[in-house]
Design a binder for this molecule. Sequence first.
Ligand code: SF4
Length: 355
Amino acid sequence: MSDRLQLVENPDQRKVVEEYLNRVRLGPEELDDQRIAELQARIKQQLIEKNAVLIAHYYTNPLIQALAEETGGVVSDSLEMARFGKTHSAQTLVVAGVKFMGETAKILTPEKRVLMPTLEATCSLDVGCPADEFSAFCDQHPDRTVVVYANTSAAVKARADWVVTSSIALEVVEYLDSMGEKILWAPDKYLGGYVQKQTGADMLLWDGSCIVHEEFKAKGINELKAVHPDAAVLVHPESPQAVIDIADAVGSTSQLITAATKLPHSKMIVATDQGIFFKMQQAVPDKQLLVAPTGGSGATCRSCANCPWMGMNGLENLLAALEKGSNEVFVDAEIGAQAMTSLGRMLQFREQQGS
Ligand code: SF4
């Protein structure tokens, strides 16, 4: 580890994440074709009646992604989800994803109603970075600029100087490093380590990880690559460094889809949540997409490249949220205003970059 990279080990956070994961009800819904068609029709009708737009993350059920596309909504990464909701004219934003995405939409557009199919869907990075402990950690390092990943609660964002997504993290940290700033980074230690390695910035890392990306293994990917030597390896930077090291392309979900179109390979081994295959296959209809192997399989696998929390978004609970106005997202006004400062810096930075 370079002397400009420090990791603060915190095994307790792992226990907290495991306990949460065991407690919530997980698993995708099983529906027959007739019920799917009925739900799709009713959701479309509700979106019109309620002046609502569907904003879906790449990792959600492909049926939800398809509905978002068909109804004038969007399927995207968390940065674009935030930007889309802020500029769209609909009065109700229906966010299919995980809790921090709904919170971010509410912070950016407090005047709009934000609904989610479920409020239980969270993220191991969010769960593993409680606001009170994180705030105390920041207090211990007042000389550092606090940069947090978007996968955090509104309260953690409120404590930060900057929020970043994986699509903009490198640029922001590069900029801060050029200004001579030392960084406190949270919560994903793998993304933080990757950013540090690329930028050389002085970074102190919180010990958090994504339970999905953490399970990708370099050994398994190398074995798959031996069977498909003509395949490119696409890796999300929430994956361990050994996996990043064997990648042909590293990037956020949107950046990986772009990479799939640009790389000359006809096959791709993809190390991120399988939900991305819906949009990636649209972008490269003639290429073969292969799921990168994870640490376990079947019952021994905690994720199998499927985020359990993203999987809690279904057509049934999406319709229920629209019909009943349930699962509305609220953010404390003071926390929201503070979080808007750090989120706003990211959005302004992106605008200045002209993309
Ligand atoms: S895939 Fe990982 S980072 Fe994304 S929501 Fe799920 S647990 Fe969080």
